[in-house]
Design a protein around this ligand. Structure first.
Ligand code: GDP
Length: 326
């Protein structure tokens, strides 16, 4: 590791926010020459990672994620925790203002010295964005943040990516019937370790109904852990009601799964699955950029489009170009 990065690691460990921000910028960099530096930094800091509660938070736009994160964050800081907020939003373009993790969305929390908020890495594939967020999560742990929240929008595959990097996945829902059934259809509920119906203040009856509908629906699902049945809670992020109960449930989840050994097993599974994601991406990247493959790809794609060649035959041809028979 170069001297400047050793100093960076030390400043990060000492809890200097600027050092953490700089380290995250380094792991997010897409410049090839930065990767070995990022890898060395992560390796040096690895012994200091793993101690945070990693909490994923998802829900459709407008459900109240940033309001909820601010309320939960202020609650946690009040209890002496240090909190980092990261985001996974593959559609985000930093220049255009990212949708998630934006500082202006959580103004009070952003002003707290014990909170660190970082917008989603911008652009790129979901895999790339998720991979950089995972690394940032480790950096936050090394910097002493004992709770790391990872926020994502409740649409598409980003939820699966976030569920794959956190200990506990919290799904925020609106208190109107119909929405929850949609979530069930999407299979997102199966990812949830905790379901929280927000905006209970706006319509307490609807929130209570949604809660019981979820409880019924959850009974039909096979529980992910024999030691944990997914609780359904209600809260008002706006009025800071029910937030302490949500945190209690997260802590209960964490201590239950730690005690049974399931948390360590889950993190180990996540690490192996991350390994395979990286392998997939690296191989695909190598394939796409292979000179012979790159030269033939457009032509073969057109032939597939025109029905002149089957996708399977085109694939075989490309693989032969990539890896000529010996
Ligand atoms: P996000 O898009 O999921 O991040 O949602 P926001 O946190 O930006 O909230 C969307 C809107 O819902 C804002 O106008 C919030 O003030 C409002 N909101 C958030 N939480 C609550 C709540 O608990 N009760 C009520 N009545 N409104 C809320």
């Amino acid at each position: 590791m170069i001297a400047a990065d050793a100093e960076l690691a030390e400043a990060l460990r000492a809890g200097q926010r600027r050092a953490l921000a700089k380290a995250i910028t380094l792991v997010e960099s897409t410049r090839p020459q930065d990767r070995p530096r990022a890898d060395a930094l992560l390796a040096a800091l690895a012994p200091h990672t793993g101690k945070a509660v990693r909490l994923g938070i998802s829900g459709v736009p407008g459900v109240g994620k940033s309001t909820f994160i601010e309320a939960l964050g202020l609650h946690l800081i009040g209890r002496g925790h240090r909190l980092a907020v990261l985001a996974v939003d593959p559609s985000s373009q930093r220049t255009g203002g990212s949708i998630l993790g934006d500082k202006t969305r959580m103004e009070r929390l952003a002003r707290e010295p014990a909170a660190f908020i970082r917008p989603s890495p911008s652009g790129g594939s979901l895999g790339g964005v998720a991979s950089r967020t995972r690394e940032s999560l480790l950096l936050c742990e090394a910097a002493g943040y004992d709770v790391v929240l990872v926020e994502t929008v409740g649409v598409g595959q980003s939820e699966t990516a976030v569920a794959g990097m956190v200990d506990c996945f919290l799904l925020l829902q609106l208190p109107n019937a119909g929405d929850e059934l949609q979530a069930l259809k999407k299979g997102v509920v199966e990812l949830a370790d905790l379901i929280v119906i927000n905006k209970a203040d706006s319509n307490p009856q609807a929130a209570a109904l949604a809660k019981s509908q979820f409880e019924v629906a959850l009974h039909l699902l096979k529980p992910a852990s024999p030691n944990w049945s997914v609780p359904v809670l209600t809260c008002s992020a706006l009025r800071h009601q029910g937030i302490a109960e949500v945190w209690d449930a997260v802590r209960r989840f964490h201590s239950t799964l730690s005690a049974s050994g399931e948390l360590a097993a889950k993190r180990a599974r996540q690490a192996v699955s991350w390994l395979w994601t990286l392998i997939d991406e690296a191989l695909l990247d190598g394939f796409r950029h292979h000179p012979a493959v790159a030269a033939a790809l457009d032509g073969l794609t057109q032939q597939v489009t025109a029905g002149e060649i089957t996708p399977a035959a085109a694939c075989r041809r490309l693989l032969e170009l990539y890896r000529p028979a010996t």
